[in-house]
Every structure is written in C-alpha cells, then in structure tokens.
Design a protein around this ligand. Structure first.
Ligand code: NAG
Ligand code: NAG
Length: 288
C-alpha cells in the first residue's frame, strides 16, 4: 500500500466512517470535529461546542447525526440537517474516551476515565445505565453490530461484554498483561480483536470467551485496531508512527510508514479499497 496525504487537521486522535458514503469525520484535540469527503479531501462541515479535546466520534446508523465524546466529560449529539449540537449528555465525572451508536439509533454508549461506561437513551435524553465493573479507565466502547451487546476495553487489562438492556456485565476476557487501549468485533460478530499498551494484539472467540491468537506488534502501544469488512485483514494504529496490517490467516505482519508521529486511529472504507489513518502529526492519510 502507498499513502497519499489528503486531509490536514491540526490534531487528529479519532476517525469515524459514514455508514454508506465516502465521508469521514475527524475528532481532534482542538475541540472540533470536521467532516470530510474522500479522496478529494473537501471539508463538508465543522462542529464547535466541546470545551476540551475530542476523543471519539461515531455516525448515527442513518448517517444524519453524529455522537462525540470529549475530555470535557460530556457526550454530544450533532444533527447535520440543523448543523449544530442538539443534545449534551452530562454524567461522567472524568474525561470520556469513546462513544458508539446502537444500530436502531435510539441509544448511544460511552466509555470514561471514571472507570464506568454509560448507555444513554437519546429520546428521553437520560442515562439509562451506568455500567460498573472495570477497575480502571474504560478506554473504548462499541456495540456489536445489530445487537444489544456492548464491548469495552479497559486499563485494568480486561475486555468485557455487557447487555445494554440490563446494564449488566455478561463476560470478562482475561489475558492481556497491559492496559487495553481498544477492542472491536469483526462484521460477523464471532471474533474480537484487541490491542494493548505494549503493542500486543489478541484475537478472541466470542462464544468460548477464550483467546485464540496473540501477536506481538510491540513494543510501542497499539492505539486502535480494526477488521476490514471481510474479516481477513486487521489494521493497527501504532504509537511507533506506523500503521501495521495483519493477515489473520497467515499471521503476516506488515508496516506502513508515512506518518511523522504516533498513529492514533485507523478505519477501512466500505469496499476495503482504502485504509484511512489519523496521526498526531495532524494528518489523515489514505492508503490504497
Ligand atoms: C479508577 O480506577 C483507578 C485504578 O484502580 C483508581 O485509582 C481511580 O481512583 C478510579 N477512579 C474512579 C473515579 O473511581
Ligand atoms: C493472507 O495470506 C494468505 C496466505 O499467505 C493469502 O492467500 C491471502 O491472500 C492473504 N490475505 C490478504 C487479505 O492479504
């Protein structure tokens, strides 16, 4: 893969892909999010309102709204047709690290440095459940596609699955020896991949709650990990400034060099023709 640098945002910890279109949102340390078309790199919209760094963002399943999480302890809902923030969800006592939208569009989930995650009801504008169990910062959160299961990763070295209808922890995955920075499902929902602060990547069988494979992509921290739509390839945003790709069947690891600083975020486009990566060098790079 080769890179072409297309988007320049000042700081860029997080990326989210539109559910259908070639549009990406970057959420940054400068308190703003920006929506871009790719590959041309045109800015479509900018969101201003958070009073501290943004950590995560996720599109509503219809693509008409966005949820963002921030160091200002809030979660915000943005409506693209109104071009503004329509709801601010307050309740976390520390920075919020990540957010995710449920497939039905009525609920969002958030993960915080306050060691809890929350399920928010967008219609009643209330926190429905505070999910307690992790013993340290909750670093990432994601709904299993088309399900009520929520996946969290934590600095307590574990991953957990939660039932969003009850707010209760269903499973905890033990095996990482260091803080887990991120975890995600494959499209089928039967496998989880996670990465930790020493660059170790683990694959987990969801049903058996057991680790299947462990790959050392360290020693630098892995910041985010994603499956491609086929589930055969995984990309890792590494603190060593590279994007690492991992062939799931052969275990072959490759490095994509180009960023001039830590890589914070990676996302595959819908056809897996492109991989986008966001780095602390303030660029988003498109790899094809
Ligand atoms: C979160 O967990 C850490 C590590 O166990 C602890 O030091 C901290 O006080 C906890 N934070 C809250 C808000 O409970
Ligand atoms: C992964 O490796 C296998 C075996 O070497 C190869 O056949 C396959 O094409 C590779 N897949 C990807 C997505 O690169």
């Amino acid at each position: 893969m080769e890179w072409s640098q297309i988007l320049v945002c000042l700081f860029c910890p997080s990326l989210a892909l539109h559910p259908r279109k070639d549009i990406v949102v970057t959420a940054s340390d400068d308190h703003l999010w920006k929506m871009w078309a790719f590959p041309n790199g045109n800015i479509i919209m900018t969101g201003e309102g958070h009073t501290d760094w943004l950590s995560g963002c996720c599109f509503h399943p219809s693509g008409t709204k966005l949820v963002t999480s921030s160091g200002d302890t809030t979660v915000r809902i943005w409506d693209f047709t109104k071009g503004e923030c329509i709801l601010t969800l307050e309740g976390h006592s520390h920075a919020v690290w990540d957010c995710s939208w449920h497939a039905c569009g009525d609920f969002v989930a958030s993960a915080s440095m306050d060691n809890t995650s929350k399920i928010w009801d967008i219609n009643s504008e209330r926190c429905r459940y505070t999910m307690r169990g992790h013993k340290d910062s909750v670093n990432s959160i994601e709904f299993l596609p088309f399900s009520n299961t929520v996946l969290t990763s934590s600095a307590d070295k574990t991953l957990s699955l939660w039932d969003a209808r009850t707010g209760l922890c269903a499973q905890t995955f033990y095996g990482h020896l260091h803080s887990c920075n991120h975890a995600t499902f494959n499209m089928k929902g039967d496998t989880i991949v996670s990465c930790d602060s020493y660059g170790v990547v683990k694959f987990w069988d969801v049903r058996r709650v057991t680790p299947m494979i462990s790959i050392d992509a360290g020693p630098h921290p892995g910041n985010q990990v994603v499956f491609d739509p086929s589930g055969h390839l995984v990309a890792l945003a590494s603190n060593d400034g590279t994007v690492k790709t991992l062939n799931v069947s052969s275990g072959q690891l490759s490095s994509l060099a180009g960023h001039e600083g830590e890589v914070q975020s990676v996302v595959f486009d819908h056809r897996a023709e492109h991989l986008l990566s966001g780095g602390s060098d303030g660029t988003v790079r498109l790899w094809c």
